[in-house]
Design a protein around this ligand. Structure first.
Ligand code: F6R
Length: 255
């Protein structure tokens, strides 16, 4: 695992965007696994800037998002489908239909999860999977406990997550949907590379647990340590407790 610690959040976002851009420019058609949330907004902003500057072409890119709230149609401003349109898809030249988000308003949610898994497989599997980390240690919406071989499925959101995500819902955790569709931990682990990005002091404790605590289905993010091609990008605030516990970034630029 390569761990990069930057001085500022902006440097972390830039490093992450550079890695994603490199994947998009790579020789193979890129199948990106994408995430939503506050951390990703700045990363998408940088990718859109590169696209606007004419240095990043999304025409050969396909993407699959990690998750979606149950009950919100893609047009709902709080849906992750809408988020992706707002922050990335509507600004870049990715062909319509190549940016996939699970449909949380599907009538048969289990069938939608099976369809999503099949669509990922049919596309050739995930290349680079972008991940954030929630305060419960979730990746995607894999709340504790989530089996490491879990697949795309319906999950109940933890109260901590509903509070964490209440900003988009008038700061009222009760308005955050109780359920979501999420790629499973097993689905995520099948991506060829994982890129986890975390910034800010509120992530410091869970980052330390994810990188240093026992590998356990009680903290989904510990599963990334079972993958052999992982980059973790942290800003100094998110890395604080992990560093206090005696760990050092191992990327050449930090040594
Ligand atoms: C969302 C997702 C979540 C977020 C995590 C961090 O698609 O996969 O795992 O990445 O909850 O969210 P922020 O960046 O808002 O702190």
């Amino acid at each position: 695992m390569k761990i990069i610690v930057t001085d500022t959040p902006d440097q972390a976002f830039q490093r992450a965007a550079d890695m994603i851009a490199e994947e998009i420019r790579g020789p193979q058609a890129s199948i990106l696994g994408l995430a939503t949330g506050r951390t990703m907004e700045s990363i998408y902003r940088i990718l859109v800037q590169q696209h606007d500057a004419g240095t990043l072409d999304f025409s050969g890119t396909t993407s699959f998002n990690l998750d979606e709230y149950v009950g919100l149609p893609p047009t709902d401003p709080n849906s992750y489908s809408h988020y992706m349109q707002e922050h990335l898809f509507s600004h870049v030249n990715m062909p319509a239909g190549q940016g996939h988000v699970p449909d949380g308003s599907a009538e048969d949610l289990d069938a939608e999860c099976a369809r999503y898994e099949a669509a990922i497989r049919a596309a050739g599997g995930l290349g680079l999977q972008l991940l954030g980390i929630g305060e419960t240690g979730h990746i995607g919406f894999n709340e504790p406990p989530s089996a490491f071989d879990s697949r795309t499925r319906v999950v109940h959101l933890d109260d901590v997550t509903r509070r964490q995500n209440s900003g988009m819902f008038g700061d009222d955790p009760e308005r955050v949907p109780e359920r979501a569709l999420t790629m499973g931990v097993g689905t995520i682990l099948e991506a060829r590379h994982l890129l986890l990005v975390a910034v800010g002091d509120n992530k410091a404790a869970i980052v330390d647990e994810a990188l240093n605590g026992p590998i356990s289905e009680a903290v989904s993010a510990t599963a990334i340590r079972l993958h052999d091609d992982v980059t973790v990008i942290l800003d100094a605030a998110a890395a604080r407790i992990w560093r206090q516990n005696g760990h050092l970034p191992n990327s050449p630029e930090n040594l």
